[in-house]
Design a binder for this molecule. Structure first.
Ligand SMILES: [Zn+2]
Length: 150
C-alpha cells in the first residue's frame, strides 16, 4: 500500500497504473512502460507523452501495427479511471514530519503502539490515524515509522 506517488514522491492520492509506449522501427521496436502507484498529475503527463509517441511513431512494423492500438486503448482506459482521483493540490509536496505534525499525532502514541502490538500493519493504522487526526495517510505513516515503529 502506497500513500505517496511512486513517480514524483508527493503526498497525494494514487492509482495503480501500467502505461505503455511503443516505437515501431519496421523490424525492431522500442518500448517503454511506466508501472506503479502514481498521482493524477503523473498519470496525466505520462499518458499524454506516451499517446503522442504511440500515435506518431508507434505503427511502423508488423507487430507494432497490432500492438500500438492495444497500448493506446489500455492507456486511455487507465487515464480515464485516474480522472476520478482528486486534483493534486498546487502546494502538494513530499510528506514531512513537522513539529506541528509531531504534536498533533503525539496525542495518539499509546493507541498507535497498542494497534501495532496487536498485529495491525502500520499502513492500516495510518489510515485510521489519518481519519482521526485529520492528516493525510502519508503523514500518519511517516509518524508511525519514525516516532513509534522505528
Ligand atoms: Zn506523481
Amino acid at each position: 500500500m502506497m500513500f505517496t506517488c511512486q513517480n514524483c514522491g508527493i503526498d497525494a492520492p494514487t492509482q495503480q497504473v501500467s502505461l505503455n509506449q511503443n516505437i515501431g522501427l519496421v523490424v525492431f521496436r522500442l518500448s517503454e512502460s511506466t508501472e506503479g502507484q502514481l498521482c493524477r498529475r503523473c498519470i496525466s503527463h505520462t499518458f499524454q507523452r506516451y499517446t503522442l509517441v504511440n500515435l506518431t511513431l508507434g505503427w511502423w512494423g508488423i507487430l507494432s501495427f497490432f500492438l500500438t492500438p492495444i497500448f493506446l486503448f489500455s492507456n486511455f482506459v487507465q487515464y480515464r479511471a485516474a480522472r476520478r482521483l482528486p486534483e493534486v493540490p498546487s502546494d502538494a509536496s513530499r510528506p514531512r514530519l513537522t513539529d506541528e505534525l509531531r504534536e498533533k499525532l503525539g496525542a495518539f502514541k499509546e493507541e498507535i503502539a497498542a494497534c501495532l502490538n496487536n498485529g495491525d500493519s502500520p499502513e492500516v493504522v495510518a489510515i485510521a490515524l489519518a481519519e482521526l487526526a485529520k492528516v493525510t495517510p502519508a503523514q500518519a505513516l511517516l509518524f508511525i515509522k519514525f516516532e513509534i515503529d522505528g
